[in-house]
Design a protein around this ligand. Structure first.
Ligand code: NDP
Length: 479
């Protein structure tokens, strides 16, 4: 047994009733550490600790809050290389991607350290003479933060930092597959001086710990990122007890390539968006909708580019694509590759299980051609290094395909036409739109989120995070 990493509840590091090993998907023999698994009783204790700490934290000094968040950001940035390495080791994205994600987490804490001091309200005249009206924001109370495995430090950071900045207390449940970054981030918060009970970490299964958060009447809000099916299931329960909800879920993001596109830009956007981070991004461009005039050149250039990509150990120098995160995601990717073939799409490249120096879940990036937008591989989120090319006769048909989906997270277009770029920006049914950029890769100081089945509730990140993490109060004052 390696070192046991404990939960953090009410200001104490506490072992769970059980523990599980955290394994490296690039090398399954490499155990990163053992991590406690909380049960419902520990989740309840964490909620009680957060509830007890809430009044003092909400009423406390915003200067202290800002200093603490800034200290956390500084420490993350100072340790970005180690944290990035841990991230790549437990999740499988490449080391530069891991370090980039850790850096982003540091910047997020620093951004919200500033936002603490900028939570403005409004003062208006009343329609009744002699009365003033004030609109202010207050913390919502205890928040339950439930995160997925694919961004093990950035997503926790973009929920924890605003939750604390706006005066809430936190119970954090990370994805069971990636407790390492969650634990390291929690340790940084503790060392930075987070007061007892204000922040609590409960690692463990969603069906146990997650459920406990969703169902507890003392948890005022749930911010969840994960799959549509889990999101739907928990929304029913949390909304049923009138909790505030914020759900960020899946995507089937289109990238349109028009005839007038710069071909290298199109290929770079498609490869980056569809395959980097092993395609395990909610913003991945898994539908490449390509106009007829450039289609064959695009497919030829994509295939050449994919052949040159190095799939290997996430920590190895020069790796472009790391392993799939675990056996069940690998099984899902391979199943969809068979579904694609069965539906009549042509596997132009990849989709093979690869052997490397270590025993990891390696899969070569798969590109389907001859796909239609009606196929399951074009409609369902695969969440792996699998993309399909859908031929469109012109821009209008490409836009119609792009919008014909149950999702609406991000949509991209590669074109040199201002007319089409402007039209697409207005008419793409998505929360985020990219022109001549990959669909994946966003800033941290502006809103993040989508439409339709991709998101529910207020946006995350930037100032818009205040919509979820605060409650608005309108006060009428007569002299
Ligand atoms: P899941 O929905 O399986 O899990 C997300 C989180 O919810 C995990 O912490 C999980 O716990 C927990 N959970 C599972 N069941 C319950 C439950 N009954 N009650 C409460 N919590 C529960 O998603 P994945 O972790 O597999 O992540 C991949 C998905 O996340 C993809 O569909 C992807 O598109 C989406 N995603 C969306 C993003 C966005 O912002 N739109 C960003 C990143 C990912 P456990 O660890 O036990 O599984």
């Amino acid at each position: 047994m390696t070192e046991l990493h404990r939960n953090y509840i009410g200001g104490e590091w506490v072992a769970g009733p059980s523990a599980s090993p955290n394994r490296n998907p690039s090398n399954v023999d490499d155990v990163i550490g053992d991590y406690s698994q909380a049960d419902a009783t520990q989740a309840k204790a964490a909620i009680a600790a957060a509830k007890a700490a809430a009044p003092a934290w909400a009423a406390g000094s915003i200067q202290d809050r800002s200093i603490l968040l800034d200290r956390v950001g500084t420490e993350i940035l100072a340790r970005k290389d180690d944290l990035g390495r841990l991230l790549s080791r437990e999740e499988g994205k490449t080391l530069p991607e891991g370090v980039g994600e850790a850096t982003r987490a540091g910047h997020i804490f620093k951004f919200y350290a500033g936002e603490v001091l900028r939570l403005a309200g409004e003062k208006l005249p009343s329609v009744r003479p002699g009365i003033d009206v004030e609109v202010t924001r207050e913390p919502i109370g205890v928040v339950g933060l439930i995160t997925p495995w694919n961004f093990p430090i950035a997503i926790p950071a973009w929920k924890i930092a605003p939750a604390l900045a706006y005066g809430n207390t936190v119970v954090f449940k990370p994805a069971d597959l990636v407790p390492g970054c969650a634990w390291a981030l929690s340790e940084i918060l503790v060392k930075a001086g987070i007061p007892k009970g204000v922040f609590n970490l409960v690692m463990g299964r969603g069906s146990v710990v997650g459920e406990a958060l969703v169902n507890d009447p003392d948890v005022a809000g749930i911010s969840f990122t994960g799959s549509v099916s889990t999101g739907r299931a928990i929304a029913g329960k949390a909304v049923g007890r009138m909790a505030k909800m914020q759900l960020e879920m899946g995507g089937k993001n289109p990238l349109i390539v028009l005839d007038d596109a710069d071909l290298p830009t199109a290929v770079n956007c498609a490869v980056q968006g569809a395959y980097f981070s092993t395609g395990q991004r909610c913003t991945a461009s898994s539908r490449l909708i390509v106009a007829a005039g450039i289609h064959d050149r695009f497919v030829a250039a994509m295939t050449e580019k994919l052949k040159a990509l190095k799939v290997d150990d996430a920590l190895a120098a020069g790796t472009d694509i790391g392993p799939v995160v675990d056996p069940s995601q690998l099984e899902q990717d391979q199943r969809y590759i068979e579904i694609g073939k069965g539906e009549g799409a042509a596997l132009a490249w990849g989709g093979e299980r690869l052997k490397r120096g270590s025993d990891g879940y390696y899969l070569s990036p798969a590109l389907f051609t001859n796909a239609t937008n009606a196929m399951r591989i074009a409609r369902e989120e695969i969440f792996g290094p699998v993309a399909c090319v859908i031929r469109a006769k012109d821009y209008d048909e490409a836009l119609a395909f792009a919008n014909d989906t149950e999702f609406g997270l991000c949509a991209g277009i590669v074109t040199t036409s201002l007319k089409h770029a402007s039209h697409f920006k207005r008419n793409a049914q998505a929360g985020m739109v990219m022109v001549n950029l990959p669909t994946a890769g966003v800033d941290y100081h502006v809103p993040f989120g989508g439409r339709k089945a991709s998101s529910y509730g207020p946006r995350e990140q930037g100032r818009y995070a205040a919509e979820f993490f605060t409650s608005v109060k309108t006060a009428y004052i007569a002299p």
